[in-house]
Design a binder for this molecule. Structure first.
Ligand SMILES: Nc1ncnc2c1ncn2[C@@H]1O[C@H](COP(=O)(O)OP(=O)(O)OP(=O)(O)O)[C@@H](O)[C@H]1O
Length: 613
């Protein structure tokens, strides 16, 4: 990557149900999977498909051309080429499977243990892995052949040892970064045992990269094995594609076409594996939600009854389990949908590890119009972030919009293909996250992290993107834009980092901003400055803002309307003034009651009698 990673919330990419379907919808994925399937089936059914016995040779037929019974002709020893190709494929692919099994069996558990526990095991295992990596593979294989004999299977086991670092390092790196995630800590604190945490929280993160690595390493193993056989290091009597190449090379002057078939088989298999790995990566990263048609039918079955405009009656949203939603005559309540953001009957569900699902957001209705700031408030765990993530299409692994409709700029995004949704993010809807520092990549300067998405999204030159980035930095009231542009994230303060993220969010002129607790990580003074900045930008640009917060002071200060969430449901919506001054729902009243502003101040500390000397 020549530029920094784009400023965007880190979203884990991981496998989801439907990966195979997505893979097969990918043209490269379908083509490579079809080629590999054809090759595997052909070599598996070699005895049925082969016109001759692999060991039979007839010197009379040496270098014989294709004929009806022998479509690929004969090699220098008068053996049928198609037969040797099919049986050779068995041995070549079988060898790769052996090497891969050894590498997976050693590399994955080793990487998991080293990454998760660290300590002496990590040091020792990493040392051994580094040693293995430093060994020249060909020399080791030659030495192994001399010591262990020429059997190709044994050499494949040795090859498995040699490619183990590919899996060990991959898994160890990912697990080491996941081990410090808050949810792993939470699982530990909740008393889960390590094996359960590893299986439930850690393995899930590494399985996608492992699948991709398997495809890549298979290609490498096949190539190395063919190289050995080509050099005549394998067991000469066993037909393999490498051995066929070796034999063809010896006769290249007389029959150059002999190189064609094993070369083609090797090229096709290795190419298909590499393309399959690329398609797998795309399929696993494609985080599209369930098809719209399915959701539409569910939605139709549970259509929200419209609530008359201006009414302040209680309505029961479908799927809410009967919790009344107190409304104060706002568009969302009236059933008419806002043009910028409109959420109807949104439900978010997570797949449980043991099967089944858990719904965490139940039938949320929400609207944000252009130029309006809507606060989404509620206690921790009430579903604010899940609602925001659904709008952005970045629900974490296992989560999906299980019901409802979300329109952004009039476009339905539920069920929208990920590619299309990605195009909306940044240019129509932008996101300001809670943790400014952890959303900036420490390896790149602020400037490069601002420039990259603009060049990509707006298709402008680097010079133009730099000019816009500097302009944006001054718009977010950074005193010395050039210096900040050239700084690395660790060189700027948290408040500046949040301004940079706001600049990043503004960079492609979005219409809607989703800000998830944008000031929580900042100190009080900086909070006020950042809120003032958001207000100014919103006014100047006519932005619609969905502000996720649990701070009612921020709501009072900034928001036009408020939606109060509790346990995955909106319990009250209305103008900020109505909700804050005349709350109708008991939960909103409780929430307001919990604000300490009106509580009597604690009396000054007095020494107790015992302490008075
Ligand atoms: N990855 C996940 N898997 C399963 N459940 C989840 C996941 N993430 C969140 N939840 C559940 O969804 C519910 C809503 O969480 P959400 O993060 O939206 O709350 P929140 O209102 O934003 O809270 P906070 O203010 O603390 O961020 C919670 O009960 C939480 O346990």
């Amino acid at each position: 990557m020549s530029e920094g990673a784009p400023i965007a919330p880190a979203v884990p990419a991981a496998p989801r149900t439907g990966t195979v379907r997505r893979l097969l919808r990918h043209p490269l994925g379908l083509a490579s999977a079809a080629v590999l399937a054809a090759i595997v089936l052909a070599v598996l059914f070699a005895p049925a498909l082969s016109p001759a016995d692999p060991g039979v040779s007839s010197l009379r037929d040496a270098f014989g051309g294709p004929s009806a019974g022998h479509p690929l002709g004969f090699d220098s020893a008068g053996r049928d080429i198609l037969t040797r190709l099919l049986y050779g494929g068995r041995n070549t692919l079988g060898g790769a499977v052996i090497a891969l099994s050894v590498a997976l069996a050693l590399g994955v558990p080793g990487g998991l243990l080293a990454g998760y526990y660290g300590g002496w095991f990590d040091s020792a295992a990493s040392w051994i892995v580094n040693l293995v990596m430093a060994l020249p593979a060909m020399v080791v294989l030659l030495a192994s052949r001399a010591i262990l004999g020429p059997t190709v299977w044994v050499l494949m086991v040795v090859l498995g040892f040699l490619v183990t670092p590919a899996f060990f390092r991959l898994v160890r790196g990912i697990v080491a970064s996941v081990r410090n995630e808050l949810y792993v800590d939470a699982a530990k604190v909740s008393g889960l045992r390590d094996p359960r945490i590893v299986v439930r929280h850690v393995l899930i993160v590494v399985r996608a990269p492992i699948i991709i690595q398997v495809a890549l390493v298979s290609g490498i193993a096949i190539g190395l094995q063919a190289g050995l056989e080509f050099l005549g290091i394998g067991s000469g009597d066993t037909p393999t594609w490498g051995a066929m190449l070796n034999e063809a090379f010896k006769n290249i002057q007389r029959a150059p076409s002999l190189m064609l078939w094993p070369g083609l088989a090797l090229g096709l298999t290795s190419g298909a594996l590499v393309l399959l790995a690329a398609a797998l990566r795309d399929a696993l990263e494609d985080r599209g939600t369930a098809p719209a048609s399915r959701r539409r039918s569910r939605r139709a079955a549970s259509a929200t009854p419209a609530i008359p405009a201006g009414s302040a009656v209680s309505a029961v949203s479908p799927g809410t389990g009967g919790t009344p939603q107190v409304t104060n005559g706002t568009p969302a309540d009236a059933g008419e949908r806002a043009g910028l953001l409109s959420v109807r009957d949104l439900a978010v569900s997570y797949v449980l590890p043991g099967g089944g699902t858990r719904e965490v957001v139940h039938g949320v209705d929400l609207d944000v119009r252009a130029g309006e700031i809507v606060g989404l408030v509620g206690e921790s765990g009430s579903g604010k972030t899940q609602t925001a993530f659904s709008i952005l299409g970045i629900l974490p692994e296992g989560g999906r919009v299980s019901r409802g409709s979300v329109t952004v700029g009039g476009e339905e995004i539920v069920g929208m293909p990920e590619r299309r949704h990605r195009a909306l993010r940044g240019s129509v809807v932008a996101y300001v996250p809670q943790e400014p520092m952890s959303n900036l990549d420490p390896a790149f300067t602020v400037g490069s992290q601002l420039v990259e998405p603009m060049r990509h999204k707006l298709r402008i030159s680097r010079a133009e993107a730099v000019r816009r980035a500097l302009d944006l930095l001054s718009q977010v009231e950074i005193a010395d834009p050039r210096r900040t542009f050239d700084s690395y994230p660790h060189e700027i303060s948290g408040g500046m980092a949040q301004r940079v993220l706001i600049a990043g969010a503004m960079s492609c002129d979005p219409e809607l901003l989703v800000a998830d607790e944008p000031t929580t990580a900042l100190d009080v003074m900086v909070q006020a400055e950042v809120l003032g900045l958001l207000r100014r930008l919103q006014r100047e640009r006519g932005l619609g803002v969905l502000l996720v917060t649990h701070n009612l002071g921020v709501v009072a200060d900034l928001c036009d309307r408020v939606a109060v969430m509790r346990q995955g449901r909106i319990v009250e919506t209305g103008t900020a003034e109505q909700v804050l001054h005349a709350p109708r729902d008991p939960y909103t009243r409780k929430l307001l009651g919990a604000v300490l502003d009106d509580a009597p101040a604690r009396r000054p500390w007095q020494p107790s009698n015992a302490e008075v000397v």
